[in-house]
Design a protein around this ligand. Sequence first.
Ligand code: HEC
Ligand code: HEC
Ligand code: HEC
Length: 465
Amino acid sequence: MNIRIFLAGIGLLLTPTFGQARPLPAPDYSAQEVEKGRYLAVAGDCAACHNAPKETGGAMMAGGYPIVSPLGSIYSTNITPSRRYGIGAYSEGEFARALRDGIRRDGASLYPAMPYTAYAGLSDADVHNLYAYFMSAVKPVEKAAPQTSLPFPFNIRASMRAWNALFLNSKPVKQIAGHDAQWNRGKYLVDTLGHCSTCHSPRGFLMQEKSNSALSGGPLGAWYAPNITSDQISGIGGWSRQEIAQYLSTGRVAGKAQAAGDMAEAVTHSFSQMNKADIDAMAAYIATVPAVREPGDTRPAYSWGKAVNSEAAIRGSSTALEGARLYSGVCAACHGRNGDGAPDGVIPSLYHNSTIGASRTHNLIAVILHGVDRTVGGHHVLMPGFGEGSFVQSLTDRQVASLATYLRHSFGPGDDVSEAEVSVARAQSSTSILLLLARTGLVIAALLIFGLAIWRLRRRKEKFS
Ligand code: HEC
Ligand code: HEC
Ligand code: HEC
């Protein structure tokens, strides 16, 4: 028998069992490298997407979290050091390429559902520590995550190459002269692992983040990630650095805002577990992000105070009147008859509350539908949602609209919220950052095909003319 075929045969016989039973012996990483890597994985919130869904056991980094889109699901992959099902066979260089360039070990492009556009700026040292952590401290899970299979043309991963060529900047974040070490550290964390801009930056025609208006706000399905530039009116220029830091590490600043939706998840799984020095650094940088003013804004979202007279607030609006009645029945038990909240701050006041005073009504509608769910330091903050399947009471679109209208009249800019707005919000998924990212890939593939079709058509016309 030909010796090569013989060896290949043995190889084939051995690979599956070999790969399954024994991960390659990890090179010796120091406890310090591994601990740094663990911390960076928390800062980058890898677990949010890569842990298996709870229903399938929730194994750490085992993948299988579905990002549902109308065209099918994109699944996060197994990134445990299993050689067969995970990233055990990745070299450090290949791991770096996946994180910074969005390229898989086999050379295929990743969908931007993996936020490599943010991780692109990671330093070599941090990639090294992350690698050390994944290879030596994450338990290998010998189970395949479900395969992503989108229909044509969305399965053309190569279309991401064109987009990457246009928009991906995978150079490590540079130190900016003229700013101190704390500010530079903050910028590095915000731009890379914190991936704030993934949610908070507006996007252009091709779903790319608009760098000239960075962090000035972006829609996230039912939620809206607000303007967090230093603008005094449209942004958070009126917040102190301490308040920004407190918001990131606890999700709550009395008299300003609370974190719900995607922000609550980021606070729970990532920011609340970061050390004080890093949080302070991020706050120091965020406080200096160039101001972006939105036309039409007249005062900061958190600044709307208590209505002088709630009768005046609802006068002339039958919707607000209906909302006032609902409020007494459904919300007042917790938030108080006059929206004062609880004195210990566990239940926020509804005045001086950015959710109600914001120019956009997204977050007010979303919080009524989906509630608040955040855990910080073992302490669970919970407001029930009042959407479908609520364990308290399911409100109709009309009821949510009249409640929101009542609140806007009493504690906010005084405009009406329509039933149509609520029905649009209800149709959106509650956690939608992933959906947004998934769409990026889909939009690009669709455009590519569209472009190709036009090009063909032109060529055909040329031929016949
Ligand atoms: C917002 C969700 C999200 C976050 C956060 C995230 N990932 Fe991913 N990641 C994904 C998805 C989805 C894929 C698969 C994409 C695809 O199939 O194209 C992926 C793929 C990968 C891959 C390629 C593995 C392979 O061979 O398929 C690596 C490596 C990876 N992620 C590492 C990380 C690390 C390390 C972190 C944290 C620093 C992280 N990811 C954070 C969603 C995420
Ligand atoms: C996964 C998406 C996501 C990421 C990542 C994210 N945010 Fe947010 N953020 C949101 C959403 C959504 C809200 C609105 C929450 C609400 O109203 O309850 C928000 C609210 C905020 C607010 C309150 C603003 C106000 O006026 O009420 C601040 C401040 C903030 N985020 C800062 C940050 C910073 C700094 C980072 C990065 C370190 C970050 N966020 C990362 C989605 C995100
Ligand atoms: C069981 C008590 C409870 C009930 C009932 C309740 N809330 Fe809340 N509400 C809370 C808690 C707790 C928070 C979050 C506090 C925090 O984030 O620190 C909250 C937060 C809010 C916020 C701020 C959310 C944000 O993202 O900033 C708004 C607005 C709000 N509630 C409105 C309502 C309305 C309207 C109703 C009635 C439909 C209602 N609440 C019913 C307990 C309750």
